[in-house]
Each structure stands twice: as structure tokens, then as C-alpha cells.
Design a protein around this ligand. Structure first.
Ligand code: FPP
Length: 247
């Protein structure tokens, strides 16, 4: 039984509503993503200030490739801009960045920026800021199963002699100990009034608390974020046990 936490160690966010925000301001969608990037910077600071240990954001999914080339390329250009403008401050603030997802498929300039971001922050031991890029929860599970199958074949292990366990699958996810070693999210937030998971942290979200807000992502600020962190303490997490068992 997991221990009762009154504060979320790991908060994950589906940053939704940039397009609607842009439309409401009579602006192109990329204007909304740029405002979304500014909101993301504010939430990184708020997470640090509040003592969150891990912050994970869904920035580009394996399904987002279906959007127009202009929008997709615009989001990738934002990544380069983000690294140029934020790297110094992220380093000063001791933020450690991981990318969850196969970012090698992004344009070369974005890949180079991301490698700089990862390389220059890897010694930091403050907030672990995980950016999901070209990430899909089902894709992550399929990759993990493939990786562990190769390992098992090398070791000559069959499921009959040694059944595959949940722990073994979890170990090979991006968040698993074979990769970044990130605990499951305690709290998942989705903005913009949509209430679904959209292939985000599919395995890891099994026991996460979910919070939804109608606020569009570019308008989501530190105050609402900190209120949610505080509301988390009022949730009764039982992890499948009975109420009196939930420690
Ligand atoms: C969802 O809103 C948002 C995205 C798919 C992109 C999120 C990207 C950012 C916040 C910028 C990230 C920047 C970096 C540097 C990682 P939507 O477009 O689906 O909004 P809609 O549902 O209103 O159309």
C-alpha cells in the first residue's frame, strides 16, 4: 500500500486549450501555443516554489503529427526559442530536464536544442521537469515490451519459466528505472474543460488523482495551480484498498 501523501510529489499536466484561446483573441493557433509556452514557464516556477519534485507536461503527442504542417513546424520552432530564452534561468534554478518520447523524429534544429537542454541540465538536482514530445502512452508501453523482450531473449528467459510482471514492464517505460526513474504521477491536471486522458501516461496514471479546470492553458496561472496542489491534500486515495486501510 502506497503511503498517504498530503502533497503531490509528481504533478503531470495536459496543457489543453491553446487553439481556443487564440481563436478567442482573433489570432492564429501559433499565437496560442506561444502564450501556452509562457504559461508553461510560469508553472515551472510555481512548481519549484511549491516544492513539487517532478513536473511532467504533454507538449506534443504521437497523434499531433495529424495537425497542419504549419502548426507542427511552429510548435517545433517554439522549442528552439524556448531553449534559447530559458536555458540560463533553468540552469540557475537547478532544474533537470528529461524528454519523454522519441524526439529524434523532430527537425534537426529542435533535436540539437533539446540535446543542449538535456546535456546542460543533467547535473542539476532540483525540480525534474519532464517534457513529453512525440509521446504516446500506448507507444511507450509497446516500446517497453519490445525492449524487455530483447533483454529476455538475450537471457534465454521464457514467460513459462519466468512470467513477465507488472514491475518488469514498468521498468522499461520512459519513466522506469532502466530510463529516467520517475515515480507515477500523484496528480494529473487537464485544462480547457476536456475530461479525458488522450494517451497521456497511460500506464502510470492508474492511481493518479485527476483534476480538471475550464481555464484555457494560456490563462492557467500559479494561483490556480497552487490551489490544486492544496486541494490534493483533501483527496482520499485508497489505491484499491478499503477506506480504513488507506494509510
Ligand atoms: C493543446 O492545445 C496544446 C498543444 C498540442 C501544444 C502544447 C504546446 C505548448 C504549450 C508549447 C510547448 C513548448 C515547449 C517549448 C515544449 P490545443 O492546440 O489542442 O488547443 P485547442 O484544443 O483549443 O485547439
Amino acid at each position: 500500500m502506497a503511503e498517504k501523501k498530503t502533497f503531490p510529489e509528481h504533478v503531470a499536466v495536459i496543457m489543453d486549450g491553446n487553439g481556443r484561446w487564440a481563436k478567442a483573441h482573433n489570432q492564429p493557433r501559433l499565437f496560442g501555443h506561444n502564450a501556452g509556452m509562457q504559461a508553461m514557464k510560469r508553472i515551472v516556477i510555481a512548481a519549484q516554489e511549491s516544492g513539487v519534485r517532478y513536473l511532467t507536461v504533454y507538449a506534443f503527442s504521437t497523434e499531433n503529427w495529424k495537425r497542419s504542417t504549419e502548426e507542427v513546424q511552429g510548435i517545433f520552432r517554439l522549442i528552439v526559442k524556448y531553449v534559447e530564452s530559458e536555458l540560463r534561468e533553468l540552469k540557475e534554478n537547478n532544474v533537470h530536464i528529461n524528454i519523454l518520447g522519441d524526439y529524434s523524429m523532430l527537425p534537426e534544429a529542435s533535436v540539437r536544442s533539446l540535446e543542449t537542454l538535456i546535456g546542460e541540465t543533467k547535473v542539476n538536482d532540483g525540480l525534474k521537469f519532464n517534457i513529453c514530445l512525440n509521446y504516446g502512452g500506448r507507444d511507450e508501453i509497446a516500446r517497453a515490451v519490445n525492449e524487455l523482450t530483447v533483454k529476455r531473449m538475450e537471457q534465454g528467459l521464457t514467460p513459462a519459466e519466468c512470467p513477465v510482471t507488472e514491475e518488469e514492464i514498468a521498468r522499461y517505460l520512459y519513466t522506469g528505472s532502466e530510463h529516467f526513474g520517475i515515480p507515477d504521477p500523484d496528480l494529473i491536471i487537464r485544462t480547457s474543460g476536456e475530461e479525458r486522458m488522450s494517451n497521456f501516461l497511460t500506464w502510470q496514471a492508474a492511481y493518479s488523482e485527476l483534476m480538471f479546470t475550464d481555464t484555457l492553458w494560456p490563462d492557467f496561472g500559479p494561483e490556480e495551480f497552487k490551489q490544486m496542489l492544496s486541494d490534493f491534500g483533501k483527496r482520499d486515495r485508497r489505491f484499491g484498498g478499503r477506506k480504513e486501510e488507506g494509510k
